[in-house]
Design a protein around this ligand. Sequence first.
Ligand code: GLN
Length: 280
Amino acid sequence: MNIQSALSEANKILAKNNIKSSKLDSEILLSKILNKDRKFIILNLDKLLDYAHYKEFKYLVSQRLTKKPIAYIVGKKDFWKYEFYISDGALIPRPETELIVEEVLRIFRYKDKLNVLEIGIGSGCLLLSILKEKKYFKGVGIDISKKCVDLSKINALKLNIKNRVKFFKTDVDNFFYDKYDLIISNPPYIKKNDLKYLELDVAKHEPRLALDGGIDGVSEIIKVIDKSSKLVKKGGKLILEINFNQGDKVKNILRRKGFFINKVLKDLGKKDRCIVSTKL
Ligand code: GLN
């Protein structure tokens, strides 16, 4: 069997099972098996695929049929300018979270040194992307999940910034270390009752811990704001990712905790996605 037939077979099965990106997914999975990039695959469609590789490919396709996200199957995901290792204990990096990186780089374009805290690091993609862009920034990241802390450490090592970042496995409530110029967070913000409406890929495979924002969707955001009001320096910034319909509620919570609202950033779908605030 050649590459083309293997791809078209996989594409057909995936499409029949309602996997929307069936063609792209087939190509990514075969790239993983052959340890080549997608360009190679597309340029070598008539190359023969040996049986061992074909069998491995079929296995990965069968995993995708369970709606397991591609990032978990191949163990990596691009975010900002870098590639991150990903495992199923961590939320898969989303493009909308890059808004925070962009905004931080804009706000602090003339700053060389900064002490940054991230609450809820997941794979570490957000904090590490910022540190990678700003050579003298220092970071601390916390997460309640040990898997996430371990994964972030591996990613820090991979990006060669392990000496400028510390990670702690802790609940936000029990963390009292240092004062920060900037705190960033993409906390779980989906209402508990809405989790079942998420796409199956997300609902079945991504960690509840990273998604479940309690009955009202803002319980974790409130914890993050409470703690940040104590850990951020006066005049320091807090930047949060939120759900599209939480803007007004979160702005009010921030104001009550002594923050000035600088702006609300919209994602590509023109929905409220991030709030930038300053501690008064
Ligand atoms: N943006 C994610 C989603 O919609 C949710 C991330 C979060 O809860 N912080 O799947």
